[in-house]
Design a protein around this ligand. Structure first.
Ligand SMILES: Cc1ncc(COP(=O)(O)O)c(C=O)c1O
Length: 491
């Protein structure tokens, strides 16, 4: 982390990033009156977001608090080994071009990118691969190009926004969601599709299933083998075989799950059965971009129908070199993978063995969905969600920040209303001491909440933030409710 600038103020200080974030929520309707209509209309739209507490700001990176937030699960983004390998890769190709100047279909398809794609595809047991600028773009490309007219798209209700956006662009208008990871409903839905879609029954159209190997907001692992088995069970026989095909988004599992971090599909040995796999390089790999894996027909389809391939400049040499060196270093990271598993297990063990756990859970002060049955799970992932009552969600966030633990607050529309949560990511760089400190901080907050339930008021960290907000005349984040409660108390 040595190269990153240290912000002058701590996250919770009056001029720090939290203050900037909260200040960003100040409605602009009064100040924007004098602006030209064009800008006033934009501010009006932004005010709608401000009012619902989901105005986004690009805050400076915080390096002062403990990271339970970033996507750098394998600590590759800060890894000196990755940087060294990247530099070595550059020096092996001293005459590399910084730009590519044209699309892959024009003059931008250089040998190095083709070799890297082929090597990564081989590593994951696929026939072919195609780089994309990001995982988001990859999902857009997959769903906009691969389903054909008349196909049915069947998607898990918790798939990522990029998959939703891709599906919206798809030629296949028949789109059905199934409840998250519910294998029984999935099987029933397939039966229903078979019964009600004659073209599918006649073997002329297909069903494409969208799933993620680790779900980005809940951190649970897809029951992929069970879904594949259910599909094979319903679509049996020579006429139906192969009509159900899966697209697996491995954004959160590459680097973390499977032999050498190859992902869930490889871990389950399903390379031969899954039509399309998407690996994003922006998280565990510590780089950026993504690859779409499949056979040659899949690659040709994305190239021929994918507008971003046709109309966009090819990924550059440094981009590909960062990915390639990331893979090289990742292969040596078995110990780090074990460490993340151990830290995740430690988190759940400390959380659920705490004397306040049962009461915190039953009163709804603390809700960690993945804590249910964690001992019997084969893999506890690096990703989990901590929920509380909607009213006190921001209080928990402020409290953890003021104790120097950085999590990511996720609110509507990323998750449904009422399901705001702190998204927690456990990394290879998180120590046992940090995990213990984090759980202690959670329970210090729980204890405060339990006392408040009996005596009234707000938590200490929330009060600090609210005092500052009042000085700045910023509403929201519970302050209105807190004021009202005090008003009621005063009467
Ligand atoms: C499940 C999932 N798929 C795709 C993406 C997009 O990947 P990228 O960040 O590489 O654009 C994300 C990003 O958070 C994700 O969580």
């Amino acid at each position: 982390m040595g190269d990153l600038p240290t912000p002058p103020e701590s996250f919770i200080a009056p001029t720090g990033p939290l203050a900037t974030f909260i200040k960003g929520h100040k409605p602009q309707s009064s100040t924007s009156k004098s602006l030209p209509t064009f800008y006033r209309n934009l501010e009006e739209s932004l005010d709608v977001k401000r009012a619902s507490e989901n105005f986004y700001s690009t805050l400076p990176q915080d390096t002062t608090s403990v990271d339970f937030c970033s996507g750098d699960v394998m600590s590759m983004g800060r890894s000196a080994a990755h940087r060294d390998e990247f530099r070595a890769e550059l020096s092996r190709h001293p005459n590399f071009a910084l730009g590519t100047t044209s699309s892959r279909l024009m003059d931008g398809n250089y040998a190095y990118i083709m070799e890297a794609e082929a090597a990564i595809a081989k590593f994951h047991g696929a026939e072919a691969g195609l780089f994309q600028g990001s995982g988001f773009e990859a999902n857009l490309a997959i769903w906009a190009t691969i389903p054909r007219h008349g196909d049915v798209i069947l998607w898990d209700s918790l798939v990522h926004a990029s998959t939703h956006d891709g599906i919206r662009q798809s030629l296949a208008m028949d789109r059905v969601a199934f409840p998250h990871s519910d294998v029984d409903v999935f099987r029933e839905t397939l039966r229903d599709i078979l019964e009600t879609r004659p073209l599918v029954r006649q073997g002329k159209r297909c069903v494409l299933v969208a799933v993620e190997s680790i779900y980005s907001m809940d951190g649970d692992i897809c029951p992929l083998q069970e879904l594949v088995d259910a599909a094979n069970e319903v679509f049996q026989g020579p006429e139906l075989e192969g009509l159900v095909q899966f697209v697996v988004d491995e954004a959160h599992s590459v680097g973390f799950i499977g032999p050498e971090g190859k992902g869930l599909v490889c871990e389950l040995g399903l390379e031969g059965e899954i039509a399309v796999v998407m690996h994003s390089f922006g998280k565990a790999l510590g780089a950026s971009g993504a690859i779409i894996l499949g056979n040659k027909i899949i690659r040709d389809t994305v190239i021929n129908f994918g507008r971003a391939v046709m109309f966009s400049t090819a990924p550059t040499f440094p981009f590909v070199a960062a990915v390639k060196s990331g893979y090289k270093v990742l292969a040596t990271k078995n110990k780090d993978r074990e460490h993340v598993h151990e830290m995740s297990t430690l988190f759940f063990s400390l959380l659920t063995s705490h004397p306040l756990w049962a009461k915190a859970k039953s009163t709804g002060i603390l809700n960690v969905p993945l804590a249910e049955n964690w001992e019997n799970r084969v893999v506890n992932t690096h990703l989990l969600a901590i929920l509380t009552r909607p009213k006190s969600f921001w209080w928990m966030y402020y409290h953890l920040l003021s104790a120097s633990y950085r999590t990511f607050p996720v609110t509507y529309p990323v998750v449904p209303p009422g399901q705001s949560r702190l998204r927690v990511i456990i990394h290879a760089h998180n120590t046992e001491e940090q995990v213990r400190g984090f759980v202690d901080a959670i329970y210090a907050w729980v204890k405060e909440m339990m006392d408040i339930e009996e005596e009234g008021g707000v938590t200490k960290a929330a009060k600090e933030v609210y005092d500052w907000m009042k000085e700045e005349c910023v509403d929201g984040f519970g302050i209105v409710r807190a004021k009202r409660k005090r008003d009621v108390d005063d009467v």
